[in-house]
Design a protein around this ligand. Structure first.
Ligand SMILES: C[S@@+](CC[C@H](N)C(=O)[O-])C[C@H]1O[C@@H](n2cnc3c(N)ncnc32)[C@H](O)[C@@H]1O
Length: 336
């Protein structure tokens, strides 16, 4: 959206927020239908661009506000922003979703893809790399892991995770630590499994994380890696919207979304897809990267719960590939 690049003035922020939110919510509804999303998609972009252009030409600009300069990439600052953004989302999750849904979903996703969760986790020392709220750390402990080490850079999420762990008997097997995956504070060859669910595409060091996972795993240990693949309309939409919204402060956009009464599930997706930094890599690159860092026996998990993009693609639902492309890429791999 080149037009947005001409809207860095603060006076345009509400316009950008409105059009971005609109496009995002529109796609959620449009993607639910079994119709070809391409014409609808093109039309929504056209309408949004016309709206933004007309706003520019009508002279909304305040002019007296200083322009917002692009921030230089600073690793520490980047991590602080990412962790702050995610940390607030978790608190308030119901116990049903936290304990039961995450356990059942993990079981269904793995079993349908031909993997046995008990065999994977029982008696193992597992790192939940980028654990967020800790809901998957809890599920892994419930499957019988000997020890789960949940690592994340979001302190509020970790505090919430510790309170949650105290509610269940298997919680005593979980330990949470504030640490970055770019530099994992564990000795080489010290764990049986690394579980990383939807995390490394949000970091500044995609490959550095994989290198760290390889370092901390014992030979013969297992990596579960979930990252987002490429080539769907959803990628096009979110990449464009991230460009558009980067000039608007995240907290302002969050308040704006909340003010409009958007429900918390959608708020989470808006946060994740639009505000979290995202690096999309194609499956071929990920496989090559895993090979470079000593992983073999690569197995892609092609199934999931009904709402998972990969399940829709695997089930051959109409236009699922157009919408999601490679969808969620989930792999099990063995450290050689
Ligand atoms: C989309 S959430 C996924 C959380 C969890 N794995 C789940 O599936 O519920 C991404 C998480 O990655 C964490 N994260 C991002 N960069 C990180 C880094 N460099 N080190 C550790 N955690 C990081 C964020 O704080 C956030 O909790």
């Amino acid at each position: 959206m080149a037009v947005v690049k001409r809207m860095e003035d603060r006076a345009y922020w509400p316009v950008i927020m409105f059009s971005s939110l609109n496009l995002f919510l529109w796609h959620l509804d449009a993607f639910k239908k079994g119709e070809d999303p391409v014409p609808l998609f093109v039309d929504a972009f056209d309408r949004t661009t016309r709206f933004l252009e007309s706003t520019l030409t009508s002279g909304v600009s305040g002019g007296h506000f200083p322009p917002v300069g692009a921030a230089a990439v600073d690793e520490g600052r980047f991590e602080k922003q990412v962790s702050g953004m995610f940390s607030d989302i978790w608190v308030g999750m119901s116990d049903d979703i936290y304990f039961d849904q995450s356990y059942k979903f993990t079981q269904e996703r793995l079993e349908k893809s031909g993997a046995d969760p008990v065999a994977l986790f029982k008696g193992k020392v597992v790192v939940d790399a980028g654990c967020g709220s800790g809901k998957f750390s809890a599920a892994i402990a419930r499957f019988g892991a000997k020890k789960v080490i949940g690592l994340d850079i979001g302190e509020k999420g970790l505090e919430f995770a510790r309170l949650q762990a105290a509610k269940v008997p298997y919680g005593s097997a979980i330990e949470y630590r504030n640490a970055s995956l770019l530099d994992i504070p564990l000795p080489a060859g010290s764990v049986d499994m690394v579980w990383s669910n939807g995390v490394i595409h949000h970091t500044v060091g995609y490959e550095r994380c994989v290198k760290e996972f390889s370092r901390v795993l014992k030979p013969g240990g297992t990596l579960f890696l979930y990252v987002n693949g490429r080539f769907g309309l959803l990628e096009l939409l979110t990449t464009t919207l991230r460009l558009a919204t980067e000039v608007v402060p995240p907290t302002l956009f969050q308040h704006f979304i909340a003010l409009l009464g958007v429900d918390s599930g959608r708020l989470y997706w808006i946060q994740d897809f639009l505000y979290a930094p995202y690096e999309y890599k194609p499956a071929a690159d990920i496989k090559a990267m895993l090979g470079r860092h000593g992983f073999g026996d690569l197995r892609q998990l092609m199934r999931g719960v009904a709402s998972d993009q990969i399940e829709q693609v695997s089930a051959g639902l109409p236009f699922a590939v157009v919408k999601y492309g490679e969808a969620q890429l989930k792999y099990l791999a063995t450290k050689q």
